[in-house]
Design a binder for this molecule. Sequence first.
Ligand code: A3P
Length: 301
Amino acid sequence: LKPTVQIPVNKDWSKRPCTITKYFSENIENILNFEVRNDDVFVVTSPKCGTTWMQEMAWLVINDFNFEEFESKNLLLERSPYLEFSELIPGNKNRYNSLEIARALKSPRLIKSHLPAHLLPYGIWQNKLKIIYVARDFKDATVSAYHHLRGLGILGGSLEEFCEKTMKGDVSFQPFWSHVLEFYEMRHESNIFFMTFEMMKKDLRTVIVRLCKFLEKEVPDERTLQEAEKRLSFEYMKKSVTKGMDVINDKLPNKRDDLEFCRKGEVGTAKKELSLDMITKMDEWSETFIPQKNLLDIFLK
Ligand code: A3P
């Protein structure tokens, strides 16, 4: 899955390019014109920012903490389709057609996407549908992406080479900051829930409660909240999500045995794995999009 196509910005959104794999971009018209429903909720992120974690949380809230259904159905295949991941993926005999899965899903639907704002279905903006956006420290997300793509067997080279590639925009859904800032700028809109991985780590309970309010749901009783927290814990998700991912990933011919979707689940992993030089370089690169001071605003609030 090599990112090969730079999609120009659509309509009158800002002049921000985004790297999309050929297989996703070939399907982009179907995605832009995807028929939304009024009660659809979208979880949108730049990859590796805590998408799956938020999907699980949002699914529980939307479905009145129905733990039985939560456990009996696979997140990725049955509960929350990945919008742009569709039939055009080559070599996949049992095609995962996200659009078909989404069409067959009962309402309210929870749909995941890594697309930047300007490439999401037009219907989202026309109907002001709810979007949950999750951001994460750029360096941590990049390190997470490296290990994931390498584990899937679709990436060679070193971690630092991957960081360089990411900053060059030669990795899907980059540049990272354009993606985050599009939504950060919209954070005060009533249909946008802007959240960070760091906040979820710091105080998961508060995030669940805030999400209930955003999704216009009653905050459940203490016992239910505790049950939800258990299912959203790293240890629990390490088992449950990995099982679901394997259904798709096992078809990949070069998948590595050490692939771990929930690898660390921490804040600050990059500082342990990257050289000081690379950390400085990535911080300086980030500064070209957003001053350090504002960055602290995003991640510490
Ligand atoms: P690491 O690779 O740093 O461990 P995404 O779903 O966007 O692909 O993000 C994956 C990242 O979220 C991984 O980060 C994964 O471990 C982390 N994650 C998933 N569930 C988590 C949880 N319950 N608690 C903490 N981190 C979690």
